[in-house]
Design a protein around this ligand. Sequence first.
Ligand code: BTN
Length: 323
Amino acid sequence: MPIDAEELVLLDVLKTVEAPQTLEALAQRTGLAPGTVGRLLQQLQAEGYRLTHSPNGAWRLVGVPDRLTEPELTWRLGTRLIGSQVLAFQEVDSTMDLAHEWAKQGAGEGTVIVADAQRSGRGRFGRVWTSPPGTGIYCSILLRPQRDPEELSGLTLLGAVAVAEAVHLTTHLTPAIRWPNDLLIEDRKIAGILTETQRQAQEPPHIVMGIGINVNTPAALLPPEAGSLTEAAGLPVDRLALARALLQQLDRYYLAWLAGETASIHQAWRRHLTTLGHEVTIQQRDRTLTGTAVDVTETGALVLRGADGITQTIHAADTIQVR
Ligand code: BTN
């Protein structure tokens, strides 16, 4: 059942007050009639919100249903571009495909497609992104930057920084970035970013940034090298709070990038980067390289020094191993 505006007003109050509230107090704080509040409290319970009701008639919100809906994602989100439109689905093949379709139909910059599950979630280099229901965040964000193609590599960096910051703000965990944009905690991949571009005739290309985060995903459902935030934190993680923080951080960093603040984004990315100074094995489509990761360039390329002492700059690849 879609959540309505009055419910959101009441929810906002229930989420922000610490102490249990009587019906009358809730009516006063929301500006709704006590009868309406009573009806809405029952409605919320039926929708999966857990509310306690003490003998003195005071209500308290103790749990929210674990689902990502458009009204809850956008309620007081406070972003300027990201989340200008949010489309939330139960199950899709891939949010990437939907985002490209919406882009072709003229959807605006900042449109977010989010799904509770994906039948064919995809990762970089054509890999599968495991997307079981009710556990992770699977979203694609439509961007329409009016920039030269060579500047677009910065988008991948800002995506990784935004995910790292959102995870930190929500869970206090500090993910590391494995070049170029895998998010790791304790050497296990907990999130990944896939950036795709498509050009329509006579139009500048649009970009779709796809982000997958293993939030409460059971280890048994994940590939062996992957981990989840719940595993790292030792407790369930609020998917909705994390998804909202993600949209807010993406908005913050994307606006900064549009304003030309690329140096600060690069610095933040470099700070989280775990790869520098390590021996790495780099997998490209048709070759594997090993060496020491000695530096990253302004555009996010990796400078690798081989055993023969020769350095080369690698622009797009996948780091499969860091020692
Ligand atoms: C990677 O690390 O290989 C990138 C993974 C990206 C996965 C996300 S989940 C949401 C969006 N939809 C997809 O099919 N893929 C991306």
